[in-house]
Design a protein around this ligand. Structure first.
Ligand SMILES: [Zn+2]
Length: 210
């Protein structure tokens, strides 16, 4: 199904000639890692040849949208979620790569929309939990610069202050019910909670170029 937005006369790259063209939207199925992903894309249709072609920005958007859907279906972090995890600890792209023992360009590629490897997704989920991050940080400190270490320490202090404050507020009503021991236990269990998906701070959808 092709839904026409506008009709123009222009050059068709397939026919290599001036043709009557329609610009509009269609649903396409892309195969990503053997999985069918349906995306709505913008395209040109050559009315004579009955074929489609894209401008580069629309084609890029098509893939970005397909990757977003694929990540959503497969429990992979979105680029902005990776950025959020990195930002939480005050890491530069380079520092995060060093911490994880990856190539320096990897994080940058993921944050700008390249589809991540599942083997790379797991360590990122793992360090979203501050306790896990701290364990890895201790082990990988020798690979980080002095400036990075200072920045990370500052961020970790802030996270701990915030966690303690929110735990305290959450715990108070229970404290009345179960006494001080229950409260301490509750504080400890909050301290080693399991993985939680990061909150998305930006709009999830990509803006589609007009
Ligand atoms: Zn054509």
């Amino acid at each position: 199904m092709f839904k026409v937005i506008k009709t123009i006369t222009g050059e068709c790259p397939v026919c290599e000639d001036i043709k009557k063209l329609s610009y509009g939207t269609r649903v396409e199925t892309l195969k990503i890692n053997n999985q069918n992903i349906h995306v709505k894309t913008k395209a040109y249709r050559c009315e004579d040849g009955q074929h489609y072609f894209y401008n580069p920005a629309d084609e890029e958007n098509k893939f970005q949208e397909a990757y977003r859907k694929y990540r959503e279906l497969n429990g992979l972090l979105q680029p902005e979620e990776i950025k959020d995890i990195r930002g939480k600890y005050g890491l530069s792209q380079r520092a995060l790569a060093r911490l994880l023992g990856w190539g320096e360009i990897t994080i940058q590629r993921y944050e700008t929309g390249a589809l991540q490897d599942n083997a790379h997704n797991i360590p990122l989920l793992f360090i979203n939990d501050t306790n896990n991050f701290e364990k890895l940080y201790e082990a990988r400190k020798p690979f980080l610069g002095k400036k990075d270490i200072l920045t990370i320490n500052k961020h970790l202090d802030k996270i701990k202050q915030l966690t303690l404050f929110s735990s305290f507020n959450k715990v108070r009503p229970r404290d009345m019910e179960y006494g001080r021991l229950a409260r301490i236990h509750r504080l400890q269990s909050i301290g080693d909670y399991q993985y939680r998906k990061p909150i998305r701070t930006r709009e999830g959808e990509l803006a589609i170029a007009s």
